[in-house]
Structures are given as C-alpha cells and as structure tokens.
Design a protein around this ligand. Sequence first.
Ligand code: CA
Length: 220
Amino acid sequence: MSTRTLSLTDDLYRYLLATGVRESDVARRLREATATLPMARMQISPEQGAFMQLLVRLIGARRTLEVGTFTGYSALVVAETLPPDGTILACDVSAEWTAIGRPYWEQAGVAARIDLRLAPALDTLDAVLAQGGAHRFDFAFIDADKANYDGYYERALSLLRTGGLIAIDNTLWGGAVIDTARQDPDTAAIRALNLKLRHDPRVDMVLVPIGDGLMLARKR
Ligand code: CA
C-alpha cells in the first residue's frame, strides 16, 4: 500500500501495459515504428495514450486540437476515440515526422478526421481565433517546443468551450523542474507554466504523474 504514487519497476510497468491499457493494433505498430527513430523519446507512452482516450470520451469531445504531432501517435489515438464527425486540428512544423504517421491514420480509417497544419502553431492558432474559433473546441493536447508553452496554453484556453480540457505534456520534464541547476529556457518555461496554472482561477487543474507529467486544466 502507498499514500503516494508508486515508482514503477520494469516488471510492474509491463503488467500495467498488459493488463491496464487497451491499444489498437494500428497504434501499436505506429508506436513500434516510431521507437526505432532517433527522436523516439518524443512519443507519448501507451498508458498516456489510453488515458487521453478516456478523457476525450468522458468530456464528449468532438472538436479537438493538438500542438506538436511528431509521428502522429497521439493524434491517432485521439482520432480513434472521437465520434465519426470529430476532428483534430493538428499543428506541427515537420513534414518529415508527420508523414510517418499518415499511413497509420489511413489504416485506422481516421485520416479524414485529422487536419494537419504544417506551420508554426502560434500562427495557426491565431488564424483560427481570428476566424471566430474561440469557444469552439472541446479538447487540446499541447506537446511541442516548451519555450512557447505559455503561448499555446493561452490560445488553447481561448479556443476551448467552458468545461473543455487542456492536457499539457512533459510538465515534470524528467524531474528537471526541481533541479535548480537547470535554468535553460525550456525548463524555465515549464516551471513558470506549472506555477501559473496552480494559481490560475480560469481553470481547474491537476498535474498527473503519467508519462513525463501530464498537466490537466479544465476551463471554468
Ligand atoms: Ca512530449
């Protein structure tokens, strides 16, 4: 028994994946293909994907956005759980990485739900806001360059409806958030955003210790 979150041994983690997570065959194959790449650490874990799927379903999300698509695993798992008319506005700057995911999106039959925008995400989100996108989204996943996290958060908050959910990845940042020797812009940006959300009256929040830390913020 424990009154705090367990540290997972390798064996316990394997049990968690085998017993506590449902992952589609297509998603597993994309995850395994991504794991062979040099940037593989940027991919979210299967238990985090399953957790996000349940969140998306719980809030009845239909219109979603993603900042930072990488090879498309998170977009795939969210798209799999959306209703048939659901959409993901997926923002990324890499044609190379996102192209890896597209065949898997097609195999899963969800490619039409994913609207990939290859441009700096702040530009894309500002354009959507300028076109009247405010309060029209249900869910946002933020997992891109950390120095811009605050800008992504503020735009996502404007784009979400009341009761919508923002999930922000890497908010424990491998433990660097408590390492005073780490003063680089990425780490500083994550620390600042975590502290800001802790006191932000616009949202309900909790930082969930799954993956590399997933901050959840529900728009009030
Ligand atoms: Ca990440």
